[in-house]
Design a protein around this ligand. Structure first.
Ligand SMILES: [Cu+2]
Length: 156
């Protein structure tokens, strides 16, 4: 899949929430209802940078926008792949009744200088949105050759 490029959404700074799987938004009509699933960090071959992947489902009736992802271990930024090149993403829409997926070959969160990451460890990722409250998850570190969580949708 191809993530849309949309740069320059206003940054909303909110206190980070805590929790493993947190619903954000509420069930009222006209709001987004977001959940982060299958987040993981691939054990890096190069210790200078690691990549994180995830899905965000929106069961609400309104769109929202992912404006930033931060990591507990190093500076993080959202990228998409355009052939061999990586392109920075400013923000990414999450449609109502839809989902957003960052997967190998598509989008990823790049973490610079993450420090030692080994399978069995976790990285705290915090997702920030234009409208909904932030969501934090502890993403497992997956070994270089291991299968990703929820990996059955191809990508290459
Ligand atoms: Cu990248």
């Amino acid at each position: 899949m191809r993530a849309a490029l949309k740069v320059g959404a206003p940054a909303v700074v909110l206190a980070a929430g805590a929790g493993l799987l947190v619903w954000s938004g509420d069930a009222e009509a006209g709001t987004a209802r977001l959940a982060v699933r299958d987040a993981y960090v691939r054990e890096p071959a190069n210790p200078a940078e690691a990549a994180a992947y995830f899905r965000i489902g929106n069961t609400g009736r309104a769109d929202d926008t992912l404006t930033a992802v931060t990591a507990g271990t190093g500076r993080a930024s959202m990228h998409t792949s355009n052939g061999p090149k990586m392109v920075a993403l400013g923000s990414v829409p999450i449609p109502a009744r839809g989902s957003l997926e960052f997967s190998p070959g598509g989008g990823h969160v790049m973490i610079d200088d993450p420090g030692p990451l080994k399978p069995g460890g976790t990285v705290r990722l915090t997702f920030r949105f234009a409208k909904s409250a932030p969501i934090s998850v502890d993403a497992p570190v997956i070994g270089i050759g291991a299968e990703a969580p929820g990996a059955d949708e191809g990508g290459s």
